[in-house]
Design a protein around this ligand. Structure first.
Ligand SMILES: [Zn+2]
Length: 348
């Protein structure tokens, strides 16, 4: 059951007086409250990042600290590395490389993303065009992939798969060639009532709300698909809770995890269940299908990290905003706008 249905049920059980108290509470101003989608641009106040970009960055080519200022190119401070001799600016190899917009616009865009605004709304708020908004969203999500690749799970870890319809949304007809749908060994077409039109996303979460999800294949997953998501990402000695799918047994064994299998037709085994990963899947579905009205399969992995960070991770709105702003501007990101649309139709 999702959180809204739980709250709705609890609300129905309140007395009339309690109901009106609760409604009154909702109407009061609360600190750190998220911006509602209906808020206008003027109401968005940018919270400045606590860690501004460094005064003198390390060399992005050889990571040396031995760096000196080396003149300006228009507004952009240039630096020279005394070790490798290369000249660079703060944005070299980051998302901001060769951007024509200022940092404040990017920061505002990050805020729009935390609020899950549509591309159209992001473009409007940041005064950029739709095409730029699309590129920025994916550059930021590509950068976020770097952060997500560091995530490891521990403690009680729940794993399950979810499925999305195969989608070629946004692919122009003239650029379209039907991808060869590989029938890999171990992938049967019709088992579990799944067709090859369904993109499988094995996902794992721990109870601290760290999460990993990757689109791995079409149709039913095989052991390698599940392993792709879990291998080396879960701390040894953790407890892996899964449904009855046998593939997890091997993965648990290979990664030194204690495996709790929930028998077919049951919802729990002792006190173990997979409720957290199920609610992770509902949130992911809501983001992809409700907020963004379905996304092309080639971008699905980006929306998975979007959900991991913005929806599922446990942190306050303002922390997430400053983490996102600090991280995306400092992490290496070589994504170039023109290359985004040319990604292969299937990300696996
Ligand atoms: Zn260098």
């Amino acid at each position: 059951m999702d959180q809204i249905s739980i709250i709705t049920q609890m609300f129905e059980n309140l007395s009339d007086h309690e109901k009106s108290e609760f409604l009154k509470y909702l109407k009061t101003d609360k600190p750190n409250q998220k911006i509602k989608s209906s808020d206008t641009q003027n109401e968005i106040v940018l919270k400045h990042s606590k860690n501004p970009l460094p005064d003198r960055p390390d060399c992005p080519h050889c990571q040396s600290h031995n760096v000196v200022k080396y003149g300006r190119n228009g507004n952009v401070q240039k630096f020279k590395c005394k070790d490798c001799g290369k000249i660079f600016s703060i944005s070299t190899n980051t998302i901001l490389f060769s951007t024509k917009k200022d940092l404040e616009t990017w920061k505002l865009f990050c805020e729009c993303m935390i609020n899950k605004f549509s591309l159209r709304k992001c473009a409007e708020v940041c005064e950029i065009n739709l095409h730029t908004a699309f590129n920025w969203r994916h550059k930021i999500l590509d950068a976020l992939q770097n952060m997500q690749s560091e995530v490891t799970l521990k403690g009680i870890v729940e794993s399950d798969e979810t499925f999305f319809d195969l989608s070629f949304k946004g692919t122009k007809k003239e650029n379209f060639s039907i991808p060869r749908v590989a029938h890999n060994r171990g992938h049967s077409v019709s088992t579990r009532g799944l067709s090859c039109e369904q993109v499988c996303v094995p996902s794992s979460v721990d109870l601290d709300h760290h999460s990993i999800g990757v689109a791995t294949n079409l149709g039913k997953p095989c052991i390698q698909d599940v392993s792709k998501v879990l291998a080396q990402r879960v701390q040894e000695g953790s407890i892996l809770v899964t449904d009855s799918y046998k593939g997890y047994q091997k993965v648990a064994f290979e990664n030194g995890l204690t495996h709790v299998r929930i028998p077919r037709g049951k919802h729990k085994s002792g006190s173990f269940n997979i409720n957290t990963v199920n609610s992770y899947h509902s949130e992911l579905k809501r983001l992809v299908d409700h907020y963004f009205k379905g996304v092309a399969t080639k971008y699905l992995n980006n929306y998975i990290v979007y959900n991991n960070f913005v929806n599922f991770a446990r942190d306050t709105y303002s922390n997430k905003l400053s983490i996102l702003q600090d991280f995306v501007f400092s992490t290496a990101c070589m994504t170039r706008g023109y290359a985004i649309k040319n990604r292969p139709a299937l990300p696996f």
